[in-house]
Write a new protein. Structure first.
Length: 250
């Protein structure tokens, strides 16, 4: 288990490093003194690794609790588990992202759940490493959505690539890169750095999806980045001292 988690976090740092070297540093959206912010954000990432280890050990029991044999039998009876792998994988991504959207919406509209998400929104300078600043309770709530993959019998060997893509996408969408017009084409379906970066500004509870913009469009929380000037946006909707309660998310 520990080995798998470490491999996952190694993938996070490798993909993040590649995003920074190839995309962020050559064409940054904002001028960031990376040497000054690195230690703070690296320390936050180490805390998140510790949280991930705890959640991973609880995850197996959570799957048994939320996916009893009767649920698998029901899906099997419907023929869903006989679908081609690629189709089940698409459905798993959609289910996972729908849960992410719902949980994320609640975090922004409930004063108690907002405490779980507040540390992430204390990011004043958005760049890939800052994305790892996620409280324990926030990470746990978001992680529930991954139950969609074992629910649909996605093989463990495929989950490695799911995790790799997830790390790359998270690092890319939180990166400090210039807004490009071609991102608008992707945003009909997918979240891009410019669409997600708006979520970290004073706009707040908009553009809530993780992978897809579909649910934001369906439920009226989508904001088109092309309609805004990035130079007029201020990152960090929370400017308060960081306490252990914010880090844990309570």
């Amino acid at each position: 288990m520990i080995t798998q988690i470490m491999i996952g976090w190694l993938a996070t740092f490798i993909t993040g490093g590649l995003v920074w070297i190839l995309l962020e540093k050559p064409a940054p959206l904002r001028d960031i003194k990376y040497a000054e912010v690195f230690l703070k954000d690296f320390g936050a990432a180490l805390i998140s690794i510790f949280f991930t280890i705890i959640i991973a050990y609880a995850y197996a029991d959570l799957i048994k609790l939320l996916i009893p044999p009767s649920v698998r039998e029901f899906l099997g009876g419907l023929g869903v588990l006989s679908w081609p792998l690629w189709l089940r994988l698409i459905l798993a991504y959609l289910l996972k992202d729908f849960w992410y959207y719902v949980a994320h919406w609640w975090m922004h509209h409930n004063k108690y759940l907002w405490q779980t998400h507040l540390w992430h929104h204390s990011i004043q300078q958005l760049w890939w490493l800052a994305a790892q600043r996620t409280s324990f309770t926030s990470r746990f709530l978001f992680q529930i959505g991954f139950i969609a993959y074992p629910l649909l019998s996605i093989p463990p060997e495929v989950m490695f690539y799911v995790g790799l893509f997830g790390a790359l996408h998270e690092n890319w969408t939180h990166s400090n890169i210039k807004w490009r017009s071609w991102m608008g084409m992707l945003e009909w379906i997918f979240v891009t750095p410019r669409s997600h970066s708006l979520h970290h500004t004073q706009i707040g509870a908009k553009n809530l999806g993780s992978y897809f913009t579909i649910f934001d469009r369906l439920f009226g929380t989508h904001v088109n980045p092309a309609s805004l000037d990035p130079n007029e946006q201020t990152f960090g909707v929370v400017d308060q001292p960081i306490t252990w309660q914010k880090v844990v998310g309570i």
